[in-house]
Design a protein around this ligand. Structure first.
Ligand code: NCD
Length: 338
């Protein structure tokens, strides 16, 4: 794919070479993300960060990634204070904001909305999540994390066993991650969910057609055995008609130290896109695993900055110029990265 000026709407845009390119550029971002070096390669550029659904990680890490490349960030975070609440169309918002920005990240509750917005935009648009549909940058950072975690144990993405647990019907992160894995070979997917919240049939069919093995089960403990990675998700309450309906499923699947030790192979990597729902009624990923070396959730969030920096650098065509005019950090900074 030609990254320069491209919209990033779906993981289906990515061939294997494109994923490799993103990961290679992300690797090179480490000194900048870890505050060892400073680059001004995007000096003067403006990111329009438009989030019309709740977000912490995705919004802040896109913003930080842009700042770390020397650019400026403008945020719109609330439907109530934006003109969308006055009935403005996505077309008009896109025409206007793309006059103010050099690249836009957009999150919106409606499936397909970011694609519609991108068609009217005069600058590249990255999908930060369109309802339950897709979340491509999360899938890239998840896969980047999987590659690193498995790589440290001489394991690879091809041939891996991954279990996905929770609300697989509404979870855009699992939709994007599984579809990104279509370009790899012979993966075993164990999809653990209540029947009513299972992975969409089209995605399961695509995985099988790509030669992957898919096991669907409601039984978490059985599904957890013999995996390289277990990817947990939150019940996506905001996609249900009301809270009571979500309550039916909340707390059905819980991962904690005892369950992990009893069922998972010793090197199983534990992942979650976050936020985890830590309220007692849900608690799909218990705090008693916080110190566990295989818990990769905060390595995922750190990796997110690298991957998002790489996407900006590729789209704005500066990936080969990051190091030019870069300087060492001249202020106190203590390493906080593993
Ligand atoms: C996810 C999302 O918004 O889809 N969060 C994220 O971006 N890291 C997952 C979720 O909200 O459960």
């Amino acid at each position: 794919m030609d990254f320069c000026g491209a919209h990033i709407i779906s993981v289906k845009q990515f061939e294997r070479v494109d994923i490799d390119r993103v990961f290679q550029v992300a690797d090179g971002m480490e000194p900048y993300a870890h505050r060892k070096r400073i680059t001004k390669v995007l000096d003067g550029a403006i990111l329009g960060n438009m989030f019309f659904e709740p977000s912490t990680r995705t919004r802040v890490s896109f913003g930080c990634a842009f700042n770390l490349l020397g650019g400026h960030v403008r945020e719109t975070t609330d439907v109530k204070t934006s003109s969308i609440s006055k009935g403005e169309s996505l077309y008009d918002t896109a025409r206007v904001i793309s006059g103010y920005s050099d690249v836009i990240v957009m999150r919106h509750p409606k499936v397909g909305s970011v694609s519609e917005f991108a068609k009217a935009s005069r600058v590249p648009v990255i999908n930060g999540g369109d309802g339950p549909n897709e979340h491509p940058s999360q899938a890239l950072l998840d896969l980047y994390t999987i590659k690193k975690e498995l790589g440290s144990n001489d394991r690879a993405i091809d041939g891996m066993h991954i279990a996905m647990v929770g609300d697989l019907k509404h979870g855009r992160t699992v939709h994007s991650l599984s579809q990104l894995l279509l370009v790899y070979d012979k993966i075993r997917f164990t999809l653990i969910s209540p029947k009513e919240l299972c992975m969409p049939a089209e995605i399961v069919a695509e995985l099988k057609a790509a030669g992957h093995e898919v096991i669907e089960t409601e039984d978490m403990e059985e599904g957890l055995t013999d995996n390289d990675t277990v990817y947990l998700t939150r019940i996506q309450e905001e996609r249900f008609t009301n809270r009571l309906e979500a309550d039916i499923y909340r707390g059905r699947y819980r991962m904690n130290r005892a369950i992990y030790t009893r069922n998972c192979a010793p090197n199983t990597v534990i992942m979650h896109p976050l936020p985890r729902d830590s309220r007692a009624a849900a608690n799909e990923l218990d705090n008693d695993l916080n110190q566990h070396p295989n818990l990769a959730i905060f390595r995922q969030t750190d990796n997110g900055v690298l991957v998002r920096m790489a996407l900006f650098a590729l789209i704005l065509d500066v990936a080969d110029r990051i190091d030019q005019s870069a300087t060492d950090v001249g202020w106190y900074t203590e390493s906080r990265f593993e």
